[in-house]
Design a protein around this ligand. Structure first.
Ligand code: ADP
Length: 508
């Protein structure tokens, strides 16, 4: 007579597959088996590599004690022998603690989850209980299902363990993170939604919908789709691609593996914001283009003048020759200035700027400044007014660097202006500092650009002939900071600009 029928198998199978946690339902499954087969006890044991055994589930915990001695015996250990295939039953006679002889069936079954964990199902009953070959096949089918359910459960538990400890950390990441088991999203952090411009709770959606969102925000939908197709290829475990979003962000989407077994693949996606890197790359590209252009302009002029002088077919009058040579001289100075700027900037950038300060009175400084202004600006000097209302205070400065800052500011005042430029240099005392202000009547700086004006490579309009490397103000700031001073600007579009900087006064 068969103890198990198809109907029961189907019911047990449904119980195992429908339940969210198989360990909760296992006891019910075992009780059903024990009752149907008229046995006494059913237990599922796990054994780890340290040969420690654990009870995963037991049909009747109160009956467990009866067989305690048996569970310590060598016969019991043999029940775990399996070559990781569901094997046939072992039929044995054991004696309970109370001296009753019992019949034992064991079905060792493997767990694919972890090769280091063995699992066995033990059924103990009265001596005269006979299990038919058909019943045994049914039992094996159920155990097969149990095995799969436990397998999934252990993977989930592992995943949940990850959720508790690591996921809190992942949540605080500056990068967007998503963790996926097979195709199901089971973790994502807030930063991810920020980056991909979404407000979905991703655990309620499929990975397909996440990819749809990437395509939706992407400027180049076709390339993004192609990249996603590659990313979805299971055989490619490490992969990344970039997308430029419609809101001009530059995102890197990176796939990486977390855990792989033959039934499950846990993997992650990290979304990083590369906008700044991209921008600074672009700024550097622009700088190289500008530098090449800026250096080439004086060089072309020098070469043109020199080749004119070298012509043997023309007998240049003396005064023309002097004009050519003056041009060469001035352009060489310009070239020297540009190269000096680049060198200064690279020193500031590398934190290697050295200044050679000396102590002098403000009066002495202004005298030297005036001489150098006349020399540099020649006929344009008439457009510059220099005013000072202090004198005896002493400052400790690298004079040439400070004069260089004033030149930079005056140059800018002329550059971003009309031919009628008027530049005022004002020097006065403010608290324990001297404050130098260079004001112009030029086009001024739009409010939204004021914060960026001292950033390296910053040029409001790189195509404007008036702009240079975008380094003048960054260098000026570097020089002033090295003197423990501050530099700032007040400006409004159309009304000119006033650049101020302060230098501490030396206390007596
Ligand atoms: P550049 O070599 O391009 O002049 P700077 O660092 O000296 O580099 O200046 C950066 C940008 O700041 C300029 O490209 C310009 O847009 C703006 N700027 C600087 N000074 C002035 C000024 N006096 N008036 C208007 N705009 C200015």
């Amino acid at each position: 007579m068969n103890r198990f029928d198809l109907h029961m198998i189907k019911r047990l199978s449904e119980m195992l597959t429908m339940s969210t946690s198989c360990t909760c339902i296992l006891q019910e499954v075992l009780i059903t088996i024990v009752e149907a087969a008229q046995f006494d006890l059913a237990v599922i044991f796990l054994k780890n590599t340290k040969e420690e055994t654990f009870v995963l589930s037991c049909s009747h915990p109160n009956r467990f004690q009866k067989y305690k001695n048996y569970f310590k015996s060598e016969k019991f250990t043999a029940c775990f022998d399996t070559d990781r295939k569901i094997q046939g039953s072992k039929h044995d006679l054991i004696t309970s603690n109370r001296g009753e002889e019992c019949q034992l069936y064991s079905i060792p079954f493997p767990l694919s989850y972890d090769k280091d964990i063995k699992c066995t199902f033990i059924l103990i009953g009265k001596r005269d209980v006979i299990i038919s070959a058909e019943d045994l096949s049914f039992l094996k089918i159920i155990m097969n299902q149990v095995s799969l359910a436990i397998d999934n459960e252990l993977i989930n538990t592992n995943t949940k363990r990850l959720s508790k400890s690591s996921l809190m950390i992942l949540d605080s990441f500056a990068e967007g993170v998503m963790v996926i088991n097979n195709q199901n999203i089971f973790f994502w952090n807030q930063k991810l939604n920020c980056l991909i411009e979404s407000n979905k709770s991703w655990t309620d959606y499929s990975i397909e919908q996440f990819f749809k969102q990437l395509i939706a925000i992407s400027k180049d939908t076709l390339n993004t789709q192609l990249a996603i197709d590659t990313l979805q290829n299971d055989s490619i475990i490490h992969y990344h691609f970039f997308i430029e979003t419609r809101s001009n962000k530059y995102l890197r989407i990176k796939k990486y593996p977390l855990e792989k077994s033959h039934t499950s693949f846990t993997w992650g996606i990290v979304v990083s914001d590369f906008t700044q890197y991209k921008e600074s790359d672009k700024l550097k590209d622009d700088l190289i283009a500008t530098v090449s252009h800026e250096l080439r302009t004086p060089l072309t002029s020098i070469k043109g003048n020199a080749s004119a002088l070298l012509r043997t077919d023309i007998n240049w009058p003396k005064e023309d020759q002097i004009l050519f040579l003056e041009d060469i001289y001035e352009e060489s100075d310009h070239l020297n200035d540009l190269i000096g700027k680049l060198l200064d900037f690279s020193k500031i950038n590398a934190g290697a700027l050295r200044i050679d300060p000396i102590v002098l009175t403000v009066q002495a400084f202004v005298r030297n400044l005036s001489v150098q202004l006349q020399k540099r600006y020649k006929e344009r000097f008439s457009q510059i007014s220099l005013h000072m209302d202090i004198g005896e205070e002493r400052i400790e400065i690298d004079e040439q660097r400070i004069i260089q800052v004033i030149f930079n500011l005056i140059d800018n005042g002329f550059k971003h202006n009309t031919a009628n430029a008027s530049i005022k240099v004002n020097i006065h005392r403010f608290d324990h500092n001297i404050q130098i202000t260079v004001s112009d009547n030029g086009k001024g700086i739009p409010k939204e650009n004021i914060d960026k004006i001292f950033d390296k490579y910053y040029q409001k309009n790189p195509n404007d002939a008036a702009t240079g490397f975008g380094l003048g103000l960054a260098i000026s700031k570097g020089f002033i900071t090295a003197h423990n001073g501050e530099i700032w600007v007040e400006s409004s579009e159309g009304c000119g600009s006033s650049f101020h900087f302060s230098i501490p006064i030396v206390r007596r």
